[in-house]
Design a binder for this molecule. Structure first.
Ligand SMILES: [Zn+2]
Length: 422
């Protein structure tokens, strides 16, 4: 063996297990492996899961906060205005530098799969070209998927359709869309049809920003589901955000969810950005502006969690940690029930991997060794404490390590360590 993680807690298995890694593969999982390895890590009962998957990020916009100015209102619309100014100074090196920095932050948090959107409403496609290079440069540690994302619309931006086609020819992995942002309902319908036609023609996945608004009349998701079925794309199409679903009447939502299940549409919810961006037009009571995660999961639809933005004009916070998004999701989505807490981590691991189409993914013998060792014994503790990632393994190699903080309290003449575990 090249690497053995000893005495780990694994989800869904009793007791402690050793994980033996040879080359880039998981070679054995069993209690007390007799072999030795060049490097051994004692998990001491802490949790090991498959790598985290960042399923929704905008790497072309990350780390631009405050440049050229801060978003004073915090609204989506001021964010779009500021981005419109920042885009003018976008260069190849600028995009590569920021994207690479953000990817390092994510890797330190255990992320080895990333799906990034890239704005293709740019006649020079500068950001796309830069991210295609980044995809190659990080391939030894991170599998990066690139989505052609028409930020200003396929039909509301000059030559939008031609730019989408060029982006596909240049080698994007996933086709995007933004129907609710197009100028008219009709343009929005064409946006959906074009995105899914391109996905079918070029054999790519699709992931559309869909109904990211509090407008209960924004109903493009039904067309996404219908076109997915018509084109035979079941399981290959994702709808991101779908926040308008929060505001649909229950009868309509019920009907829609049935069609989504039929179409095998994946849903990505982005609790960090949408917590601060939605509900901005409401007087009290203010809607949460959030898709119906509980209902979707209960109806057998695959839901996963994305980060969306890190320090950009829309969301000024973030450190590239999917656990922060999980933590907010628990609160914002009323998902503090015991079963919900225990499976929350799946929304950034196995469920996100299913959306990603990561075939070598999983904590099983023969799968690729992309793993995370948390500074916590259970998945609930990992989310609750935003536990440090003690070790991150990618392709069988330890590629990131974090020394967990340890607190000491001095009290009643004694000194003791506090680890926030009961
Ligand atoms: Zn997005």
């Amino acid at each position: 063996m090249d690497l053995i993680i000893r005495s780990a807690t694994l989800q869904g298995r009793e007791g402690r297990h050793d994980i033996g890694i040879r080359g880039d593969r998981i070679a054995a999982i069993a209690p007390g492996l007799p072999e030795r390895a060049a490097r051994e890590i004692d998990a001491a009962g802490d949790l090991v899961t498959p790598a985290l998957v960042e399923i929704h990020i905008h790497l072309d916009a990350v780390l631009t906060v405050g440049d050229p100015r801060h978003n004073r209102s915090g609204s989506l619309f001021e964010g779009i205005e500021i981005w419109g100014e920042r885009v003018k100074s976008l260069t190849h090196e600028d995009v590569k530098r920021r994207a690479t920095t953000a990817l390092k932050w994510m890797l330190a948090h255990g992320v080895t799969y990333v799906r990034t959107h890239v704005d293709v409403c740019d006649p020079t496609l500068t950001a796309l070209q830069a991210l295609l290079e980044v995809r190659e440069e990080v391939a030894e540690v991170i599998t990066l998927q690139i989505v052609a994302f028409p930020q200003q619309g396929i039909y509301s931006f000059p030559d939008g359709e031609a730019l989408m086609a060029r982006a596909v020819e240049m080698g994007v992995d996933v086709i995007g869309g933004i129907p609710h942002y197009e100028w008219t309902r009709e343009y929005g319908e064409r946006d959906v049809r074009t995105a899914l036609r391109l996905a079918a023609e070029y054999d790519r996945l699709a992931d559309l920003h869909c109904d990211e608004t509090d407008d209960d009349q924004s109903r493009f998701l039904e067309l996404v589901a219908a076109e997915t079925i018509r084109l035979g794309l079941q399981g290959r199409v994702t709808a991101s955000h779908t926040t308008a679903m929060h505001s649909y009447n229950n009868a309509y939502a019920y009907r829609l969810i049935r069609w989504m299940r039929h179409a095998g549409v994946h849903v990505i919810t982005n609790p960090l950005d949408n917590a601060v961006l939605q509900g901005r037009f409401d007087a009290y009571p203010i809607r949460r502006g959030f898709t119906r995660v509980k209902e979707l999961l209960a109806n057998g639809i695959n839901v996963c969690i994305g980060h969306d933005s890190i320090m950009d004009p829309w969301y000024p916070l973030g450190v590239g940690d999917p656990l922060q998004a999980c933590f907010v999701m628990v609160h914002y989505g009323h998902m503090s029930g015991r079963d919900e807490l225990e499976t929350m981590l799946d929304l950034v691991t196995t469920r996100a991997a299913a959306c990603f189409g990561a075939e070598e993914y999983g904590l099983e013998e023969g799968k690729r060794a992309d793993l995370v060792l948390f500074d916590a014994p259970t998945a609930v503790d990992a989310v609750r404490t935003l536990a440090a990632r003690r070790a991150v393994v990618s392709r069988g190699r330890v590629v990131a390590e974090t020394r967990p903080a340890r607190s000491t309290v001095r009290w009643q003449g004694r000194e003791e360590e506090v680890r926030f575990l009961i």
